[in-house]
Unconditional design. Structure first.
Length: 713
């Protein structure tokens, strides 16, 4: 008995939409493996594997009316088929439909193909028309045999062209999707179990309001659009059927992020209920007043820190808005409550700068700070680790070295991650784990100077609360930017000379993308030699990633102290470096950098009260994108505006950095293209969680699979 029951069950499974693709006709183990490479494992995965484009094969073109260069559907009777032996063996088949004749040319063919193309047979072919010697030709057309003068089926549809992989032909993709679509129809007819079917999960009110078709209809449409479908809309991805799918995919992602957020809310964290005495002391000692945006964000953070669940807050703010001081004020809450705090930066240079700032702020308050970088070695390192472990170190500043297993905290309550786009989510999690104590987690403050357009933030960071410092400290002037071809390098060198002579310091940034760091450092070394020769009365120094820590520190310290006039650097100075006296920056080969990176680099100047300038030198010719990027830099200093343009030019990858990898990879949605619907996605997510909670898990599972990719981040 049990055996029979088992078989019955597996029959249901093999015909369901969740069955493995190998249950489809024509799919053996090899094809199944190839399909898996395309992300197609279950039958319904085929639905989400959308055509790249469509061909119109709904009109038969008379052979007499063929135009070279067009892709056409033709049919005719075979007049003759001959194998030719030239430099290559080939099969030439001549066909005619009474209006003219056409040659089909095959370089690869089988004996049975040859036998099938005998005189008198009728074939229908699709291909691009080329010039031939006696007649027009189709090289390697797709073709199949038909009845003489057979008409086209009446419900002719556009022909989808799928993304495919070596060894899976378009024709196979079409027969597979045919089978899957047929199952979709019968699935809707029968009352298949919910788990195995593609039931509609969006509430009717949402579909009506958004004017979107139901799921099954949308799937059918995008795979087999009718002849009158707008090829333009389909190509743009703006057809309601495509938007319907993108919407649900974005919704699934949103729901899974919201679930994470809820999960986080259910966790415990230490409450920092303190008087704020240390914070007041530091504020009194600062040489400036906080901006109102900084005050607002500090308040938001402090409120979170008094909650019994872990803070997960993202602080965004343009370069130079003063995030570091916000971080230290929050750190003081933790210290006052008796917890350790850790501040992590993505580069040695930035970590070193934080170390100096924090030391200067914390020492008068009698707070013990520890420093840990990859370069901390031997006894120094052992001693640092011991002080972190014992709890003697109240604040720890460092780089990636802080992730290492041997770093153990006595009582970690607060984690600050600066410039988080440089870190992976996993690194952030590793640090969080270090603060795990009896089911309680540390609070996290995540800072980024890469402004993120609101819609993108709503998608990528839906699991975090977010604060924006939307104000720069008073007295900052925007950086005036000029764009020049590198043919005018001599002029630029003269300008640097003048600027330095009149007392302002200059950065000269050398860029080499996609080549090794060694080459980059080499280029910087060559540049420094040339500039030192051209400008003998200036003090020129060099900084790059291959220098020893102490050399880097010394170079930065000398520049900060005003001893160096001109600092030649690689992009190591991109993040965080803060030297207000520098007021001119030259960037070589600026066309090679992305907008976000250019904006970060330029943010190194314009920090003091002097008017600052930035010269973007490029090497002609510029691509269209390159032009657009440099124009954006010239036109605006606003990081959010730059981010919006970057999103339009290059999509979300560039803006989100590491975080994006693997997490915002959608099958159908495109955050840049579909950003207009994101606020609505957000609203729908809330509606589902409140009114249709039982639909949440099925939507997430449908799009993200069981091992929800957004996992435990
Ligand atoms: P970012 O947000 O890019 O990390 P920083 O925290 O490095 O910026 O701050 C940039 C500079 O502005 C620092 O020199 C800092 O001391 C200064 N600063 C920060 N807040 C203020 C303020 N409210 N008024 C004046 N200067 C400030
Ligand atoms: Mg910073």
């Amino acid at each position: 008995m049990p055996v029979m029951k088992k078989r019955a069950q597996s029959n249901v499974a093999s015909s369901s939409l969740s069955a493995p693709v190998r249950y489809l006709k024509g799919v053996g183990p090899q094809t199944a493996e190839k399909l898996a490479r395309l992300g197609i494992q279950q039958v319904w995965d085929l639905f989400f594997h959308l055509p790249l484009r469509y061909q119109d094969r709904t009109q038969i073109v008379p052979i007499g009316a063929l135009v070279v260069g067009e892709e056409v559907l033709v049919q005719g009777e075979v007049l003759a088929s001959d194998v030719r032996f030239g430099r290559r063996r080939m099969l030439l088949t001549r066909i005619s439909d009474g209006t003219g004749s056409l040659t089909l040319r095959f370089f690869h063919f089988t004996a049975s193909q040859q036998a099938g193309l005998q005189r008198g047979t009728w074939v229908r072919c699709y291909g691009e028309v080329r010039h031939g010697q006696a007649t027009p030709e189709l090289a390697h057309p797709e073709y199949h045999e038909i009845e003489p003068h057979q008409p086209l089926p009446e419900d002719a549809r556009l022909t989808p062209i799928y993304p495919t992989t070596e060894g899976v032909r378009q024709a196979s993709m079409r027969t597979l999707t045919d089978q899957a679509l047929a199952r979709l129809l019968s699935d809707r007819a029968s009352a298949a179990s919910d788990e195995d079917s593609l039931q509609e999960l969006l509430p009717g009110e949402v579909l009506t309001q958004l004017r979107m078709p139901p799921l099954a209809e949308a799937i059918h449409y995008v795979h087999r659009p009718p002849v009158e479908a707008s090829q333009h809309d389909l190509a743009e991805g703006s057809h309601p059927a495509q938007q319907r799918l993108a919407f649900e995919e974005l919704l699934a992602q949103q729901l899974s992020m919201q679930q994470l957020r809820e999960k986080n809310r259910a966790q415990r964290a230490p409450r920092f209920e303190v008087t704020g005495e240390l914070r007041q002391q530091l504020l009194a000692q600062l040489p400036f007043k906080l901006t109102s945006a900084q005050r607002r964000v500090v308040d938001e953070v402090i409120r979170d820190l008094q909650q019994p669940c872990p803070m997960q807050r993202l602080v965004q703010g343009d370069v130079g808005c003063g995030k570091t001081v916000v971080a230290v004020l929050a750190v003081l809450q933790a210290v006052e409550a008796g917890y350790q705090a850790v501040v992590m930066a993505p580069t040695e240079l930035l970590a070193e700068q934080h170390r100096q700032n924090f030391a200067q702020w914390l020492a008068p308050l009698d707070i013990k700070m520890e420093w840990l970088s990859g370069k901390s070695k031997g006894k120094v390192r052992t001693a640092a680790l011991a002080r972190i472990r014992s709890g003697e170190a109240q604040v720890v500043v460092g780089t990636h070295a802080l992730f290492q297993e041997e770093v153990v905290f006595a009582k970690l309550g607060f984690v600050v991650v600066d410039e988080q786009h440089r870190f992976g989510v996993h690194q952030r999690l590793a640090l969080r784990e270090k603060g795990r104590q009896q089911g309680s987690f540390p609070h996290q403050l995540i800072m980024t100077a890469t402004p993120i357009p609101r819609t993108l933030a709503m998608t990528a960071y839906a699991d975090l609360d977010s604060s924006v410092i939307d104000e720069l400290p008073p007295g900052r002037k925007s950086v005036e930017t000029v764009v020049l071809p590198d043919g005018r390098r001599d002029e630029v060198v003269q300008r640097v000379h003048q600027a330095c002579r009149s007392g302002c310091q200059t950065y000269w940034v050398c860029t080499l993308i996609e080549e090794s760091e060694t080459l980059q450092c080499q280029a910087a070394e060559d540049t420094v030699a040339q500039l030192a020769e051209a400008l003998p009365d200036l003090c020129v120094a060099l900084i790059h990633g291959r220098l020893k820590s102490q050399e880097k520190e010394a170079a930065m310290a000398a520049f900060k102290a005003g001893e160096t006039d001109l600092l030649v650097a690689t992009t190591v100075i991109e993040v965080g470096v803060d030297i207000p006296n520098a007021s001119l920056m030259v960037i070589e080969n600026a066309e090679r950098l992305g907008l976000a990176q250019l904006h970060q680099l330029r943010g190194r100047v314009g920090r003091g009260s002097e008017k600052s300038h930035c010269v973007l030198m490029y090497h002609a010719p510029l691509s269209e994108q390159g032009k657009a990027r440099l124009a954006a830099m010239r036109e605006t200093n606003d990081g959010f505006e730059i981010a919006r343009r970057d999103l339009a030019l290059r999509g979300p990858g560039e803006i989100l950095g590491t975080r994006q990898t693997g997490e915002l990879q959608f099958r159908i949605a495109d955050v840049a293209r579909d950003q207009a619907m994101i606020p609505e996605v957000n609203r729908t997510a809330r509606l589902l969680m409140q009114q249709y909670p039982q639909r949440v898990a099925p939507i997430i599972r449908r799009w993200l699979g069981d091992a929800a990719r957004y996992g435990d981040v």
